[in-house]
Structures are given as structure tokens and as C-alpha cells.
Design a protein around this ligand. Structure first.
Ligand code: KIV
Ligand code: ZN
Length: 537
């Protein structure tokens, strides 16, 4: 038996070497899961329209596979995956499903309109998950994994299988499961480090071992999906690529469960920058990276830390005199990548109140922002003019935020902010007077609070009487300067559901009220989600 195993190992190793020698550079498939695993980050839930906007930006960047959601989780998720499947033509659209008939049927239905659709099915294979969560024996898990792939074949031939918590699973059992699902028709085998426990040399070694030991491994693409609990998601993913993985699952800005997933921009730029080390490359148009990063942080309200690699505000800023001097003499002294390669243009055009519709439309087109209707374009342009009256220079970040704001205004939300007047004075209790339009009727309320924002929220609650609990309140300035727009995110909790609200304005109290109202509208629309990795399969 040992001899047979060694022969398989050598045979697969030689096959892979041969394949690499024939094709000088392999393609590294980029599987983006911002809309699924990214959305599982507490408070990062997105509406269907928001998902479509992000999916279009990902397609524009030439992402190969877009995991658009988990259709069984809720009707909203199902509709969002279907909406993405309808509009995306160049990328494959994927839906997640537990290894369960109802999940697979729902995912299969959701991806039906796609040009190219994939079902991603998973079941846990680690001893702790099988015993404690699933209460299933390894043989039952194996049988269910194979059955799931068989069910998925009814909908598509593009089937991805993930042994959840592979990073803590027994390699021998993983080999058995993987061989069986490939035999049944799985075309991608994704190895997740679900809890972010692995170290780079270990995880890369696991991927190498699996590719060499599974007899039919050459019939599938091996993929990795790493979480960032120890800050190693990107390192583990890259180590796996060096060991034969040819798909990486990642998210924009590293958004995702707990500490997040591997950051797409870091993976892509590491592989592109270190072509001397990697024998593969992606098809990505990296100049779209900043655009995607801003779009995702604007929509989710998750700010990007200034020192974040690739997309942080300081990633290409050189402060120290020695560095600045070096850069001026030769850029390569301190820079390993060019800012314009990630979409930071050196001469970015700034708009102002004298900019006309043409300049506005041109810049929007350059930012790949499309309008679904003439009405939307007119509305965003009108909001641009209002903003330009308050703010001297309008930057790309402002334009992106305007589109998010306007699309919220255009959706038929039951509660609308009509006006807000706040009095805040030294030594006095802040007071807020608010007028809301609720289902077409104007309602007024007045309240005091610990500060102007608190008073405004109390006044809104006097009308809405929602009973929500405010879990998070954060303000970020979109650009620099005191005339910058403040972008506010509130996280509201009620009945076990979490709802994110956003608002932007040059007046942060108004931005806060807009965010609170936006959150309440989401509560009313019940955009609550179920967590895919909880519950018994
Ligand atoms: O982290 C994980 O294991 C997942 C799977 C569904 C791939 O997200
Ligand atoms: Zn995950």
C-alpha cells in the first residue's frame, strides 16, 4: 500500500511539473467572495442593488469568479445572487450551498440566468466540526459530500467543493473525500483554513500533499480560502500558490468573518510584483483596484486603515525626508509598485462648482460608474451641484459616495429625512427637532440628548418607535479637510438581526441622521441574514 501511495505521489508530481513546463505561466484564478464571505462580516450586509454595483466593478477588473451570496440564507440573498447572475456576462457567478438538497436547488435556481454559473457546496471534515457541529461520522460526511456534487450536476458542470475546516482536518480523510468528489464531477477543490489557524509552511505543505496524494487531482483545480485570525490569510494563500494552488478565494479590502479573508489586492499585487518567484499570474486589470476598494468601503461603511497594504491612504505616501529624496532621484529606491498600477492616478482631476455636466460625466465614466437611467444621472448631478456649493473641491471619493447616497434616495424607502434642526451650546443640553416623511406623511418630533447626534437619534426614535439597539456608530471623513463629507455608519440590532445604515453629508449630524434612517429602512425591509456556517447540515 505504501509503495502504491509513493507511486501516485511521484506520478502526480511529474504530471504537474510537465504541465508547468509545457505552459510557461499558469493562470491564477481569482475567486472573489466579497459579496458572500465578506458580507458575513457583522454589519457588512448589502442590498441587492449594492451587490450588483460591486459585481459590475469586479467584472470590470476581470475577476474570474464572483461568489454573489448564499441563496438559501434568505429571499434577499437569493434575489441578489439572481440579480448578479442576470447582469454579469464575463465573470462566472457562483452561489454557495451546504451539502444539502434544498441549498443546492436554491443555489441552482439563483445562478440559472448566468452566462457561466457555478455551485459551491461545502461540508465540514475536521474531527471537531464532524463530532460537535454535524454529529456525523466521517463515512456519513463523505457520502453526503458525494451526494451534494451529484445533486449540483443537475444545474451546472462547474462545481466547487470545499471540505470546511480543512486546515484542521486529517489529511488521510481529506484525500478520501477529495478523490470521491472529483470522481463524482467536482471541478474545483477548495481547501479552506476556516478558522485561520494554519501557518504558511504548514498550509502550503498541506496543499502540496493533497495534490500529490489524491490520484485524480489532475482532474480539478486546487483552490484555497484563508481566514485572517492570525494575520496570515495572504501569506497562507501565497504559500499554497507556490505549492500548486491555482485559484485563490479572497475579498476586497480583506473584508470577511471575524478578522476577515485574504485581501484580493494584496494577493494580486504580490503575484504581479514578484513574477520572479511565481510561475503563474492573474488576468486582473490592477488599475481598477482602488475603485473597487473605495466602492466596497463606501457601501459597507468599513473604513480602510491608512497603513493598509496597497489601498491604504498612506500606502504610496512618503513622509520622511530621506525617503522623499530617494524617490525624487529614483522611484525604485523606496517603491516596489507604481501607484498608477493600482489605480491611483497622479494627476487626478478635481471637480468643483463650475464643472459642467460633461466634465462630471467624463470623470464618472473614467471611474467606471454607470447610471441605470437618465433619472439617476440627473439626480446624482443635482446632488453634485449641491455638494459643490458647500465644498470647494470634489474628489473621486466624493463622487463615489454621491452615487451611493443617490441610489438610497431613489429607492422607495418608507422613511425619509425631511429636515433636521439641532441646537448645541456650551452648558446647555443639546436639542434636536426632526421632520420625517413616513409612508408619505410628514411627522415631527423633538428630543434632547447627551450630544447633537444622540438628540437626533432620540427624536427619530420618538417617531419610529423601532426599539432597535445601536451597536456601532462610526464617522469617517471621506477626504481631507474640515469641509470634507463625513461618512457615518450605524449598526442596529433587533430580534437577533443586524442592520447597517449609511449616510454622508458635509454636516456630520445630518449624515448621522441619514445613516440612522437608512438603517431603520433596512429593518423594515427585513434584510436579515442567516449565517451559512452555523446550523446542522
Ligand atoms: O471559511 C470557510 O470555510 C468558508 C467555506 C464555505 C468555504 O467560507
Ligand atoms: Zn470563509
Amino acid at each position: 500500500r505504501n509503495l502504491a501511495r509513493s507511486c501516485t505521489r511521484i506520478k502526480n508530481h511529474l504530471k504537474n511539473q510537465l504541465r508547468r513546463n509545457i505552459m510557461s505561466k499558469d493562470k491564477l484564478i481569482i475567486f472573489d467572495t466579497t459579496l458572500r464571505d465578506g458580507e458575513q462580516s457583522p454589519g457588512a450586509s448589502m442590498t441587492s442593488d449594492e451587490k450588483v454595483r460591486i459585481a459590475k466593478a469586479l467584472e470590470q477588473m476581470h475577476v474570474d469568479v464572483i461568489e454573489a451570496g448564499f441563496p438559501i440564507a434568505s429571499n434577499g440573498d437569493f434575489e441578489a445572487v439572481r440579480a448578479v447572475a442576470r447582469v454579469i456576462r464575463d465573470s462566472t457567478v457562483c452561489g454557495l450551498a451546504r451539502a444539502k438538497q434544498i441549498d443546492i436547488d436554491r443555489a441552482g435556481e439563483a445562478i440559472k440566468p448566468a452566462n457561466s454559473g457555478r455551485i459551491h457546496t461545502f461540508i465540514a471534515t475536521s474531527p471537531i466540526h464532524m463530532q460537535q457541529k454535524l454529529r456525523m461520522s466521517p463515512d456519513q460526511v463523505l457520502e453526503q459530500a458525494v451526494a451534494a456534487v451529484r445533486m449540483a450536476k443537475k444545474y451546472t458542470s462547474d462545481i466547487e467543493f470545499s471540505p470546511e475546516d480543512a486546515g484542521r482536518s486529517e489529511p488521510d480523510f481529506l484525500c478520501r473525500v477529495i478523490e470521491a468528489v472529483i470522481r463524482e464531477g467536482a471541478t474545483t477543490i477548495n481547501i479552506p483554513d476556516t478558522v485561520g489557524y494554519n501557518l504558511p509552511h504548514q498550509f502550503g505543505g498541506l496543499v502540496k500533499d493533497l495534490i500529490e496524494r489524491v490520484p485524480n487531482s489532475d482532474k480539478a483545480i486546487f483552490s484555497v480560502h484563508c481566514h485572517n485570525d492570525l494575520g496570515l490569510a495572504v501569506a497562507n494563500s501565497l504559500s499554497s500558490v507556490l505549492n500548486g494552488a491555482r485559484q485563490v478565494e479572497c475579498t476586497i479590502n480583506g473584508l470577511g468573518e471575524r478578522a476577515g479573508n485574504a485581501a484580493l489586492e494584496e494577493i494580486v499585487m504580490a503575484v504581479r510584483t514578484r513574477q520572479d518567484v511565481f510561475d503563474c499570474d492573474t488576468d486582473l486589470d490592477t488599475t481598477q483596484i482602488m475603485n473597487c476598494s473605495r466602492l466596497v468601503s463606501g457601501i459597507t461603511g468599513f473604513a480602510v486603515q491608512p497603513n493598509k497594504a496597497i489601498v491604504g491612504a498612506n500606502a504610496f505616501a512618503h513622509e520622511s525626508g530621506i525617503h522623499q529624496d530617494g524617490i525624487l532621484k529614483s522611484r525604485e529606491t523606496y517603491e516596489i509598485m507604481r501607484a498608477q498600477d493600482v489605480g491611483l492616478s497622479a494627476n487626478k482631476m478635481v471637480l468643483g462648482k463650475h464643472s459642467g455636466r460633461n466634465a462630471f460625466k467624463t470623470r464618472m465614466a473614467e471611474l467606471n460608474i454607470e447610471f441605470s437611467s437618465e433619472e439617476e444621472l440627473n439626480e446624482v448631478f443635482a446632488n453634485f451641484k449641491t455638494l459643490a456649493d458647500k465644498k470647494h473641491e470634489i474628489f473621486d471619493e466624493d463622487l463615489q459616495s454621491l452615487v451611493t447616497e443617490t441610489s438610497t434616495e431613489l429607492t422607495n424607502e418608507p422613511i425619509k429625512l425631511v429636515s433636521l434642526s439641532v441646537c448645541s451650546e456650551t452648558g446647555e443640553t443639546p436639542n434636536a427637532k426632526i421632520t420625517l416623511n413616513v409612508d408619505g406623511k410628514e411627522k415631527h418630533a423633538e428630543a434632547t440628548g447627551g450630544g447633537p447626534v444622540d438628540a437626533s437619534f432620540q427624536a427619530i426614535e420618538k417617531i419610529a418607535k423601532s426599539g432597535v439597539e445601536l451597536q456601532l456608530y462610526s464617522v469617517n471623513n471621506i477626504t481631507t479637510g474640515t469641509d470634507s463629507q463625513g461618512e457615518v455608519t450605524v449598526r442596529l440590532q433587533i430580534d437577533g438581526g443586524i442592520y447597517n445604515g449609511h449616510g454622508a453629508d458635509t454636516d456630520i449630524v445630518i449624515a448621522s441622521a441619514k445613516a440612522y434612517v437608512n438603517g431603520l429602512n433596512k429593518v423594515i425591509a427585513n434584510q436579515k441574514r442567516t449565517h451559512p456556517q452555523r446550523g446542522k447540515v
